[in-house]
Design a protein around this ligand. Structure first.
Ligand code: 26Y
Length: 789
């Protein structure tokens, strides 16, 4: 390993050890690790090719992968070797790990799920490709200026990306616009504009190096050659224009996970990566098959939400226009290949495109969508429409073009059946299935939490990393004082590390003995960070009034970004920062309560925070969080959850036991009913003196003295249009928090409850989720040679 690192330092970075920076060492280490991936990768590709096994194609606009050095080293079993080699070279492994940029090619849950799935697909030996976009700029960097979120561009590619292999020879021409001609029953699309999609491959190696798959990300390049004529005339801008235009397509990740962005560029991004992926998989298929009708036996294509839903029409287009398959048959064949995962019920996040826009950008696809609509109406008269008024509804398109549609938790799947797709579910009663989300135990316990991970391995061996249900054996230890002490000591160690980091990065001193209460996720009204900060103020009031009463010291930690155009979410961020400033400067409560909000939450920060959490906040309005996956990461790492009956919280509670979960709040059903009660929020506020006081303080400017009216709008909304029922759940949330305080005061008992969480979270491994997809949706098998259990 030492030799390999030095070789790359010299031959790949062009440096000698004496003149190398941490960056050089990091790239050299990454390349040395990548070298070790290649054999596994080739072997897997060869085996798939020889066996002719069915391949899975996971199409996703987002892959939120984070850093790769540690995970790669761990999966290859090379952590110790790498550490030793670097130590002998006088280098600090930790510093090198920290030097890697966090690849944030995603917004949140959906993108992180795709990354966990890639790890599980490889660990299970399922031949698979992830397909997405190689964004030049990932999710924006978040700073706070006077408490407000400010966004700047993120630049992960300004450094060498050591993990990828550029594949300039893999190129597809992607067309946009133009017109369609019909001759003798055949359609000819003449695009007005074309760009090239070129591939970059990142190998993904599973646990123990068992198997290697590929994450193939597409980058947009100009089709036209550089305009030398203009350049020589001195018109430098014109010379680069077509190039700039083409590159725009893979330039930035849309930072919005709330609303249908409705932008032409986003539609082009979606078609760009979907078309390139479909062309690529067809090319691979046709290289060893000559009958396109065999396609469903050879490929399973999974659509991660509707963002790649144009895959259906694109596949039909290629079959009809280029392989002479009749339209109805092509639709049926495409359907057998496609699966669609729904991740949201929020009406504003369901994609719809104006027919005018879609017809302008993708004229042939609009014709095909009309053909799909006709086919559906002919077979199922009265079926819900894809084309409605002047819009194309991508959810309906994806549903109709998929042979299986899945929700991401049991509750969410039920709601998908009862609400958005109720009518389609009646027509196709077997199409909707549930695949509850999961998380990879490699990153989310083994790598991110060394103290706990080592303790568990000492106790039950290392098998749990590849078979997380083995954690169940820890249940026997919940009465063992020595083990519980060791379990608590691991948590304590993580909390001390986090306290050091917070002291350094936020200049706030926190006590590792206090309860660490953490809410990290995108900022959204439905996730109710607002309710959390209101409860924080109420607690502070009571602590301040009676500082000598019996309190459980707490540190409230927040993390998360708001979409740049989401005004209310940005106000909530501002409020949390305003409240933090006031509370953290109160001499009276200084040993009782602190509020911390480190800027720029990302995967790396999650890896620091989650292992150090005592309490996990999963407090969304019931019926709104499709699943959640952060909830799983916390519980696995031995935090207790305070949560509503929403998304996967329901199943987490069933697995860890209701006595080890702090439940509060209205149910999904009650939420719907309550909204019909006239003046429900005003009534809830008036019934709660505690909440009335808090809202009054914010309204009067206690937390924003320089701008007392800053939150008038926010508070007004709570009185009159509290759609997410913050006011209705407030009291029950506050009371449950006091129950949490009480339980925390008995450390032995708390540790036993926390252990029950860790021990019973095995089912939430993404390995289990992927086995479900493989069995219910893809009909694929794991490689014969890989068996994790
Ligand atoms: C249409 C576009 C603006 C858009 C872009 C991103 C719409 C939605 C999204 C992202 C959605 C998302 O991340 N959903 C989350 O998916 C997780 C994985 O299934 C769930 O755990 C989580 O509850 C859900 O909010």
């Amino acid at each position: 390993m030492k030799e390999e690192i030095l070789k790359h330092l010299r031959n790949s970075q062009g440096k000698d050890a004496a003149h190398s920076s941490v960056y050089d060492w990091r790239v050299a280490l990454s390349l040395a690790l990548r070298d070790r991936m290649v054999d596994h990768w080739f072997r897997s590709t060869r085996e798939t090719y020889e066996s002719g096994a069915k391949r899975v194609y996971y199409l996703s606009m987002e892959f939120l992968i984070g850093r790769l050095v540690e995970d790669t080293a761990a999966n290859l079993g090379l952590v110790q070797e790498a550490k030793t080699a670097l130590a002998e070279l006088g280098q600090d492994y930790e510093a090198i790990v920290l030097n890697e940029p966090d690849a944030a090619l995603g917004n949140g849950g959906l993108g992180r799920l795709a990354a966990c799935f890639m790890d599980s697909l490889a660990s299970l030996g399922i031949p698979a490709y992830g397909y997405g976009i190689r964004y030049e700029h990932g999710l924006f960097k978040q700073d706070f200026v006077d408490g407000s979120q400010v966004e700047t561009a993120e630049t992960w590619l300004s450094q060498r990306n050591a993990w990828e292999f550029a594949r300039p020879e893999v190129q597809f021409r992607i067309g946009f616009g133009g017109h369609v001609e019909h001759h003798e029953g055949k359609a000819h699309w003449h695009p007005w504009e074309t760009v090239l999609a070129t591939a970059y491959d990142t190998p993904v190696i599973g646990w123990k190096g068992s198997w290697g798959n590929t994450l193939r990300l597409w980058s947009a390049k100009p089709e036209a050659k550089f305009d030398l004529k203009s350049f020589n005339r001195g018109d430098y801008l014109a010379a680069g224009r077509s190039e700039a235009l083409a590159r725009t397509i893979s330039r930035v990740l849309y930072p919005d996970d709330t609303t249908d962005a409705g932008k032409e560029l986003r539609l082009k991004q979606e078609y760009f990566f979907t078309a390139a992926s479909i062309m690529d998989l067809l090319r691979r298929f046709l290289s060893d098959h000559d009958n396109i009708r065999e396609l469903p036996n050879a490929v399973a294509i999974q659509l991660n939400d509707t963002h790649p839903a144009i895959a259906g029409p694109e596949l039909v287009r290629l079959m009809v226009d280029e392989h002479d398959v009749p339209m109805a048959e092509a639709i049926g064949l495409a359907r057998q290949c496609l699966g669609y995962t729904n991740h949201t019920l929020l009406p504003e996040a369901l994609e719809r495109w104006h027919i005018g826009l879609l017809g302008r950008v993708l004229p042939r696809h609009l014709e095909i969508i009309r053909a799909i609509e006709d086919d559906q109406q002919a077979k199922h008269p009265g079926s819900p429409r894809i084309l409605e008024q002047d819009h194309v509804r991508m959810g309906e398109l994806a549903f109709i073009m998929a042979h299986k549609v899945n929700g991401v938790s049991a509750l969410h799947t039920d709601l998908v059946k009862e609400t958005v797709f109720a009518d389609l579910n009646r027509i196709h009663p077997k199409r909707i299935v549930n695949e509850t989300n999961g998380i990879t135990p490699r990153r989310w316990l083994h790598t991110c939490n060394a103290p706990l991970s080592e303790l568990v391995t000492q106790e039950i061996g290392e098998g749990w990393v590849g078979d997380l249900e083995q954690l169940k054996a820890l249940n026997q230890k919940s009465g063992d004082r020595t083990f519980l002490d060791a379990f608590s000591a691991a948590k304590r160690q993580n909390k001390e590390q986090l306290a050091d980091w917070i002291a350094q990065s936020c200049d706030i001193q926190i006590d590792p003995a206090a309860m660490f209460d953490i809410q990290i996720k995108r900022i959204h009204e439905y996730k109710r960070q607002l309710m959390n900060i209101l409860e924080t103020i109420a607690l502070w009031n009571e602590m301040h009034d009676a500082p000598n009463a019996e309190w459980t010291p707490r540190v409230k930690i927040f993390g998360g970004k708001a979409a740049p155009g989401y005004h209310v979410a940005k106000q909530i961020i501002h409020l949390i920062n305003d409240v933090a400033r006031v509370i953290n400067n109160d001499r009276v409560t200084k040993d009782l309560l602190k509020v911390v909000y480190p800027p720029n939450y990302n995967v790396t920060m999650a890896e620091r925070l989650i292992p150090a959490a005592d309490l996990s906040e999963q407090i969304s309005t019931a019926g709104k969080e499709a699943s959640g996956t952060g909830n799983m990461k916390f519980a696995l790492n031995g935090a207790l959850t305070i949560g509503t009956l929403d998304g996967a919280n329901v199943e987490i509670r069933e697995h860890v036991g209701s006595e080890n979960f702090f439940l509060f709040g209205l149910t999904a059903q009650e939420v719907v009913e309550r909204r019909h009660v006239h003046g429900f929020s005003r009534a809830a506020i008036e019934a709660s003196p505690r909440l009335t006081r808090v809202l009054g303080q914010i309204f009067e400017g206690v937390f924003s003295p320089s701008d007392p009216s800053r939150y008038h709008g926010l508070i007004g909304t709570l009185y009159d249009h509290d759609y997410f029922l913050v006011t209705c759940d407030f009291d029950s949330y506050f009371d449950t928090q006091r129950r949490v305080d009480e339980v925390y005061r008995n450390p032995q008992n708390w540790a036993a409850m926390a252990l029950r969480n860790t021990a019973n979270m095995g089912w939430f491994s993404s390995d289990r989720t992927i086995k479900g997809y493989a069995r219910d949706i893809w009909q694929v098998n794991a490689s014969e040679k890989v068996r994790l259990e």
